[in-house]
Structures are given as C-alpha cells and as structure tokens.
Write a protein that binds this ligand. Structure first.
Ligand code: GSH
Length: 199
C-alpha cells in the first residue's frame, strides 16, 4: 500500500481523485463515503474534512480536501508524465484548475441537475437554459486554447487536462451539445476514454 486513502464515492467529485490515483498507478485504500449519507458528518470524517464534503485524502498522515488541490499535490508528489515539467507549466496547470472551478463548475452543475439528475418533475428548464448560455463564454475560451494543441499545456496529457476534463465530464452526463466547440469535444473524448478514467 502507498499509504494513500481516498474518501468518497466515485459518483461524485471524488471521481477526480480516483482518476488521478489510477493514472499514477497508485495502490490506494478507498473509504466510499457517500455525499448523501450521514457518514460525511461523523466526528471521525470531520477530522479529515471539516467541511463534511468529498473527496478528501489521507496520505501517510497528510489530510487534504478540495479535489483540485489533491490532484495537483498527487501529480507533484509522484511526478511522471502528469506533472508539468517547468514552473511556468505548473502555474498554467494551477490556472486551468482554478478556472474550471470558478468559471465552469457552477453553471455546469446547474445544467446537469436540471437536465439529467433531478426527477423530471423537479427540473427547471429555464435554469438549465440560463446555465448553458452562461457556459458559452468559458467553453469558447477552452476551445481556443485547444484549437492548436491536443492537450492544455501543449505536450501530452497532464494534471491540467485531468482536472478540467473531470469537471467537463458533467457536460457528457448532461448531454450538452458541444458541436460548436469541436476542439473541446474531441479533447474531452480523448481524456475520458483513457483507461485510468474508465477504471
Ligand atoms: N470544492 C470541493 C467541493 C466538494 C463537494 O461539494 N462535494 C460534494 C459531492 S460531489 C459533497 O460532498 N456534497 C455533500 C454536501 O455538500 O453536503 C471539491 O472540489 O472538493
């Protein structure tokens, strides 16, 4: 065992953490805490993540929450192809990770809930439309960044792609039309079809 424990079910933002651990080939333990269960509010779990949310990790005594921070840490710790090779590329990976959380996550989650997750009689079509309209600007930014290279940092697949694609994976679940953003669509397919993401 690598001494890494991942808290959270993969049907949640913990998917990001499991994907990263699989990419890195880590031998980890899993504590499948569900976002809808009381486990996340137990005294023992609140010591790991006082926010009571998933994912979180315990890596040989280092307790971390926030999915993007966890992945940036794991990539840096274990190195290899997922870790940017220069300070500048590391900064760009941080930039794209923050960007996905601040520019994309909220409207995309609103769209996902109102198009696919909520029971049909509780869905709000107006909220979904508004969220999809809001997503057009960040999707155009991502599309432009990917127009001339297969991956965000210009070389191969890195933590930058994993973090952003893990957020954008909700667009697939919500069946959002990405045909106006063909570079994003192709890149998302490349990222999500990786064996580690599938596992
Ligand atoms: N910014 C956090 C968000 C974590 C989060 O909200 N996780 C959801 C599951 S996807 C959760 O635990 N929800 C339960 C709750 O909010 O009580 C991250 O990226 O790790």
């Amino acid at each position: 065992m690598s001494g890494l424990k991942i808290y959270g079910v993969p049907q949640s933002r913990a998917f990001r953490t499991y994907w990263m651990a699989e990419e890195l080939g880590l031998d980890y333990d899993s504590e499948p805490i569900h976002f809808a269960s009381d486990d996340r509010k137990s005294d023992s779990y609140l010591k790991i993540n006082p926010n009571g949310r998933i994912p979180a990790i315990d890596d040989n005594g280092l307790q971390l929450f926030e999915s993007m921070a966890i992945n940036l840490y794991l990539a840096r710790k274990h190195g290899g192809d997922l870790q940017p090779k220069t300070l500048e590329d590391e900064a760009r990976a941080t930039q794209w990770s923050f960007w996905a959380m601040t520019e994309v996550e909220k409207p995309l989650l609103t769209a996902l809930f109102n198009l696919a997750i909520l029971p049909e009689d509780q869905r709000d079509a107006t909220a979904a439309d508004k969220a999809i309209t809001e997503l057009q600007a960040p999707l155009a930014v991502l599309d432009k960044a990917l127009a001339s290279s297969e991956y965000l940092l210009g070389g191969g697949f890195t933590v930058a792609d994993l973090n952003v694609a893990s957020v954008l994976s909700w667009a697939r679940m919500a069946k959002i039309d990405l045909s106006n953003f063909s570079s994003v669509d192709a890149w998302l397919g490349r990222c999500l079809s990786r064996p580690a993401a599938q596992r």
